[in-house]
Ligand binder design. Structure first.
Ligand code: LLP
Length: 425
């Protein structure tokens, strides 16, 4: 359930009409519903009731400071993958002891920054990383709590570009080879081995792969304890899918029940890094129709949002539902259209062959389930200003990231004297 609903014939975000926001902010813009963010967080947290657990929101899904602050106020920690994300998490009020640092390529300066910030845990993905972490922690006379991310070689059965738990993927250290890396980790100075991390992919719509991976982790706990390691934290990553259209992913309750069944009795604190699940359905992308172009067999609805604002349809063949902001009567006729943007690429589409009622230039459309991996993946390709973001709560709204002016966009660039033409010098 989300909080984007028709009222009096017009799509609202909670109690605010989207047309009102469009008038003040212009289009395109992302709009997030605070009530949905809170609701999703609580549903996930409640699914884990009864076990010692902590949610570390995966900032990569939507790292807007207001969104992170809202989830932090609910009690969420942060799963981060860069110094930039650590800085965002801290700026949004996430306490350092609720930050976990993931990622295959943490640089020395990022590790140093994380150590100086006193974060909770490093999820280590390679031996060389472990050695750098040990050296930097020892130099600071601190101990780094670590989990090793194991690669369980489980197929998440999701899009190839967001599958992470297969042997051929760059992520984690293959299990059981990782057992040897644990041995070496325990011998390194300034490293405290605490746990096991796993994350097999994103947008999983079936519990099976999760269960397979979690069972491998549970077996690994026993083996690693036999080897003498203190294993008291398990990080199960993120990955739970959301319905974009017809999919029926497992409910958080079913996911939580599986986790408890497999790992509830291991005496470990259970950690989770959901991203998409918390934010995807809490966000929409609002856009205005510029032109409707008809040919003999196709209709292109050309809108002012484009692949640079929401890249998921073209990058992952993701199917986002598009709706009109002005409600149509039930049973109104619809036809199949391509909703495309102004960017000069054939891959610039938001939806292909999508049913839509007859729409007109100037009217607003909303692209649903766009709160995760939407704004964060936006670019200014084609010199289009980065899309703004708006957060709604009940009857009020705030622009939580403004649209840059064209002057802002050019301000970081300069033309060296030697690059100018003779004539203009
Ligand atoms: N933890 C780790 C280590 C991750 O790599 C990810 C996502 C998450 C947690 C959060 O996963 P989630 O709960 O959101 O599935 N841009 C792609 C998704 C990339 C996911 C990358 N890693 C998309 O738009 O589908």
């Amino acid at each position: 359930m989300d909080h984007f609903v028709y009222r009096g014939g017009a799509l609202h975000a909670e109690d605010v009409a989207l047309a009102t926001i469009a008038e003040h902010v212009g289009t395109p813009f992302y709009c997030y519903a605070a009530a949905t963010l809170r609701r999703h967080y609580r549903v996930f947290r409640d699914a884990l009731a009864g076990v010692d657990s902590q949610v570390f929101y995966a900032l990569k899904a939507n790292s807007n400071l207001a969104v992170v602050a809202l989830l932090a106020a609910e009690g969420a920690g942060a799963d981060v993958v860069s110094e930039g994300e650590i800085r965002r998490a801290l700026a949004a009020g996430v306490p350092p002891e609720r930050i976990v640092f993931s990622g295959v390529g943490k640089s020395e300066s990022e590790i140093a920054f994380a150590l100086d910030s006193r974060i909770h845990q490093f999820n280590v993905e390679s031996e060389p990383e472990l050695i750098v972490l040990s050296r930097l922690a020892a130099a600071r006379q601190v101990t780094a709590d670590i989990a090793i991310r194991i690669n369980p070689d489980v197929d998440a059965a999701t899009h190839a570009k967001i599958t992470t738990g297969k042997r051929e993927n760059k992520f984690g250290i293959a299990w059981p080879y990782a057992r040897e890396v644990y041995r070496r980790a325990a011998a390194l100075p300034a490293i405290a081995v605490r746990g096991i991390a796993v994350h097999i992919g994103s947008q999983l719509t079936d519990l099976g792969p999760f269960e397979a991976a979690f069972r491998i982790v549970a077996d690994a706990v026993r083996m690693l304890r036999q080897d003498g390691h203190r294993i008291d934290r398990l990080d199960f990553g993120g990955g739970l899918g959301v319905p974009y259209g017809e999919e029926a992913p497992p409910s958080p309750a079913a996911y939580g029940a599986a986790v408890k069944r497999i790992a509830g009795q291991l005496g470990c604190r259970l950690m989770f890094e959901p991203g998409r699940l918390l934010v995807a359905n809490a966000g929409i992308l609002v856009t205005r129709v510029i032109y409707v172009k008809k040919s003999d067999d196709r209709t292109f609805v050309i809108v002012d949002a484009a692949m640079n604002d929401l890249i998921r349809p073209t990058l992952y063949e993701a199917k986002h539902t598009v709706v009109t902001v002005r409600e149509r009567p039930a049973g109104a006729e619809s036809s199949r259209v391509d909703v495309v943007g102004p960017v000069c690429e054939t891959g610039d589409y938001l939806a292909l062959d999508h049913p839509l009622p007859t729409v007109h230039a100037g009217e607003l459309l909303a692209i649903r389930t766009a709160g995760a991996y939407g704004a964060v993946m936006a670019s200014s390709y084609n010199s289009r200003p980065i899309v703004p973001e708006v957060l709604v709560s009940a009857g009020r709204y705030s622009v939580v990231r403004s649209r840059p002016s064209y002057r802002d966009m050019l301000s970081g660039e300069s033309i060296p004297d030697w690059a100018r033409s003779e004539a203009s010098r």
